[in-house]
Design a protein around this ligand. Structure first.
Ligand code: TYD
Ligand code: MG
Length: 463
């Protein structure tokens, strides 16, 4: 057994000291010394001998000679939204960090996923440092999940968690949460950077050695300032962020980093009586009531979030300004992008906006950066400025360039099919896309080469 000792290392310049210091003697930074546990090497080993010893322990291999399974086996969690996010399921030895603000539903999601994994034949251990065994099992009861093959442990001491892991040898484990667990060798409080990092390193090592998957749960505050999970991001294979959209109605899971799958997917859930329910039909969440959709200032489009198309309503409000400088605000859309679009409209549609405030937003509280929303954004602004509603059964999909031209967007067919499914009849797209599109998507396609044509097409009946 290697001997361990505690040192204090500067986060800025890596200077280390045996005692905690307020100011780093190396770079003179304040409060940068963080506690760390290191192995003490035998003093008898000379520098060269140590280097030789180290070198022999690492083995160099030809890439082709390494036998990787042709198709990596993945264990599906049974929660389709979570599986899609992880590229089809868990890979053996994969370490996933699930981070989110307190109360978002991390424990609930993990309990549901763990129960499903366990009932699929994997041996699982759920370690809770926040709740007692009774609390966890009563939550499981409330969720109605089968937990007869899932093991529970209520513990905050890392050495005891590792001992339990060694004894049980599970195929996967959940650690809820990284802020409550502590390394007994460290003096700093649970949740501090040093504690979170050292505990994660130990758990990671265990998981990689045994090829067992791990879910580490971490809290972040609303602005993501808590240091713990940020340190963890570099260490784990996959980082999932759980957050709310649309004022708590919807919980969105996003993959921020993923060594074994895509990062542009999102998973949608809603929290109900029986825990988290998967939301398959995202579109209905993001459109304000379709009934009164004939109001000036709204335009519908189909955005792509990962590979998932969703109907989005862009709303705009154009009013006379009372300020010397007109105001521009964007919610859910990128403000700089909106400013560029407004400038393009002023120039190419001769729309006068210098004495008008413009507010643009996406209904449903989502944040998107899909350029395919450009056209809908422009037309929503135009509709509000003219005080004329756009036809309710149209979707508008296209990127708008600086010269006012409408460009094609990726995955147009997927988007159009989604719109057809939701009952839309017509789509306004780039004229080249309209020409190239094959028939049979269930929508009438109208092409427009630039903003001028798009405005003419949509407003021709209404003047
Ligand atoms: P929880 O999973 O404990 O959040 P976290 O682990 O991220 O802190 O979920 C907490 C919230 O979810 C809590 O406010 C209660 C709510 N909830 C429900 O609405 N329905 C349920 O079935 C469960 C289990 C929780
Ligand atoms: Mg919790």
């Amino acid at each position: 057994m290697a001997r361990l000792k505690t040192i204090y290392r500067c986060q800025e310049c890596a200077y280390n000291a045996p005692k905690p210091l307020g100011q780093c003697p190396g770079c003179e930074a304040w409060n940068s010394m963080v506690e760390e546990v290191v192995e003490v090497r035998s003093a008898a080993l000379s520098g060269l001998a140590r280097m030789k010893g180290d070198a022999s322990s690492g083995s160099v291999a030809l890439m082709d000679a390494i036998k990787a399974p042709a198709c990596e086996k993945r264990a599906a969690t049974g929660l389709a939204e979570l599986d899609r996010l992880m590229g089809g399921g868990l890979v053996g030895g994969q370490v996933v960090l699930l981070a989110g603000p307190p109360g978002i539903g991390k424990s609930t999601l993990m309990l549901q996923a763990a129960a499903r994994l366990a009932s699929g034949g994997s041996k699982g251990l759920y370690v809770s440092g926040e709740e007692s065994l009774k609390q966890v099992s009563s939550r499981a009861l409330r969720l109605g999940v089968k937990t007869d093959s899932l093991f529970l442990l209520s513990e905050t001491d890392l050495s005891k968690v590792l001992a339990a892991l060694d004894q049980l040898k599970p195929d996967f484990f959940v650690l809820d949460s990284m802020q409550t667990i502590y390394h007994p060798e460290l003096a700093s409080a649970p949740g501090s950077v040093a504690q979170v990092r050292e505990c994660a390193a130990e758990l990671l090592r265990w998981s990689k050695n045994r090829d067992a998957s791990a879910f580490l749960l971490g809290h972040v505050t609303k602005d993501g300032t808590l240091a713990g999970p940020k340190v963890l991001e570099h260490m784990v294979d996959t980082v999932l962020y759980f957050d709310t959209e649309r004022h708590d109605l919807l919980r969105v899971l996003r993959a921020q980093k993923n060594r074994f799958g895509p990062t542009d997917e999102i998973g949608l859930f809603s929290m109900g009586e029986k825990g988290l329910q998967e939301v398959g039909d995202a579109s209905s969440f993001f459109i304000a009531d379709r009934e009164d959709s004939r109001q000036p200032g709204r335009a519908l489009s189909v955005a792509l979030e990962g590979s998932r198309p969703m109907l989005i309503e862009v709303q705009a409000l154009v009013v006379s300004t009372r300020y010397p400088l007109p105001r521009r605000m964007a919610t859910g859309l990128d403000l700089n992008r909106v400013l560029v679009l407004l400038a393009a409209m002023e120039k190419h549609l001769r729309l006068r906006l210098e004495d008008r405030d413009v507010f643009a937003s996406l209904a449903g509280g989502v944040r998107l950066k899909d350029p395919a929303l450009d056209l809908a954004c422009c037309l929503a602004v135009l509709s509000s400025a003219k005080d004329q509603a756009l036809p309710a059964d149209w979707v508008m999909i296209g990127e708008v360039g600086l010269l006012g031209q409408i460009g094609r967007v990726p995955h147009l067919e997927t988007r159009l099919k989604e719109a057809a499914k939701a009952g839309f009849k017509k789509a306004l797209v780039a004229s080249r896309a309209a020409r190239e599109m094959t028939r049979g998507i269930g929508l009438d396609l109208l092409g427009a080469a630039d903003l001028q044509q798009a405005a003419e097409r949509l407003f021709k009946d209404i003047g």
